[in-house]
Design a protein around this ligand. Structure first.
Ligand code: NAD
Length: 299
């Protein structure tokens, strides 16, 4: 019998999107314009096209303006930088998102660095990372911010006395995740590909955040009974015979881990839906700051 509670990221994300939509309507009534998110896609990457389409739809559903720029794969760095600069200056644009990965001839760091940090709703700019590190208001990458929202919803805002292990040290998930956990008073260890005896480390953790990208790597016998497990990984298994596509799974062996954990996010339906909901939330906050209005409460 499974013992873990399921952390329903889909429901949480839907509720967040509704709150954002209500606040976006109030913003439009106050200012005479909708919050605006500019999304830039360069090239034909299939997954990126799906993400960009989903972001545009989510914006529209939340009463925000979505300004899409789809550029050919051979776009030069100078042309992309000049578009980013135009969006920086555009009063109708509150948030700018350049969909990654970019084609290989474009320097991702240079492009992200060109975004005005006050419009950096993805939170990937070095100034955004610095603001998070020193506790100044800025933008936090959407996926880890979504994870901490789910954790706080379950465990409360103050994680004092809890040991957390974050598996993965990427700039967009692992590192900001660890920072958010520290800020919530958890005692945090970051594990990565060079960590020795990962199972022993994870066994001590009250909170496990897995952000590796390796299908079902975290085993049930690594998990402390009652721990809260947040699975960020999205991995596609090889297709079963007769099937076209394999199943999507996380970084945690879900069915087994569910027997041990206190609460766990499923894949899909856990962390995944939070990312776009938090992007909308960040854009709404960017719009309020841009307009000199206080950010709405409860987001
Ligand atoms: P990444 O490849 O940049 O980083 C992976 C991290 O895992 C690295 O820091 C590496 O040190 C660590 N790692 C690799 N092998 C390991 C091992 N054997 N033991 C311990 N650590 C190991 O990936 P990322 O961008 O941080 O994404 C991680 C996962 O999260 C991927 O599956 C990605 O698809 C998923 N993801 C999901 C969302 C979402 O919206 N749900 C958003 C971003 C990323």
């Amino acid at each position: 019998m499974p013992t873990a509670a399921l952390i329903d990221g889909k429901a949480f994300a839907e509720a967040l999107r509704t709150r954002v939509g209500t606040a976006a309507t109030a913003f439009a009534q106050n200012t005479g314009r909708r919050p605006g998110l500019a999304v830039v896609l360069v090239g034909e990457d299939a997954a990126s096209q799906v993400y960009v389409g989903a972001k545009g739809k989510a914006c529209a559903a939340a009463g925000m303006a979505s300004i899409e720029h789809r550029l050919p794969a051979e776009t030069s760095e100078a042309a992309l930088l000049s578009l980013v600069e135009r969006l920086n200056q555009d009063e109708a644009v509150d948030g700018i998102l350049v969909q990654l990965p970019l084609p290989a001839h474009l320097d991702e760091q240079a492009i992200i660095a060109a975004i005005n940090p006050d419009k950096d709703v993805d939170g990937f700019h070095v100034i955004s990372a610095g603001r998070l590190a020193v506790g100044q208001p800025g933008f936090v990458p959407c996926t880890p911010l979504g994870c901490i929202m789910l954790l706080k919803d379950r465990l409360g805002d103050d994680l004092s006395g809890l040991d957390a292990v974050v598996i993965g040290r990427s700039n967009i998930v692992g590192k900001p995740m660890a920072q958010l956990l520290v800020d919530a008073n958890a005692t945090v260890t970051i594990a990565h590909s060079r960590t020795r005896d990962l199972p022993a480390l994870v066994r001590r953790a009250d909170i496990v955040v897995a952000a590796v990208g390796r299908a079902e790597m975290v085993q049930a016998d690594w998990i402390k009974p009652g721990a809260t497990v947040i699975d960020v990984g999205i991995n596609r298994l090889p297709p079963e015979p007769g099937k076209e596509k394999g199943r999507l799974v996380g970084d945690v062996a879900f069915d087994e881990a569910r027997q041990v954990a206190g609460a766990i996010t499923p894949v899909p339906g856990g962390v995944g839906p939070m990312t776009i909901a938090v992007l909308l939330r960040n854009t709404l906050i960017a719009a309020h700051r841009h307009a000199g209005l206080p950010a709405p409460e409860g987001l």
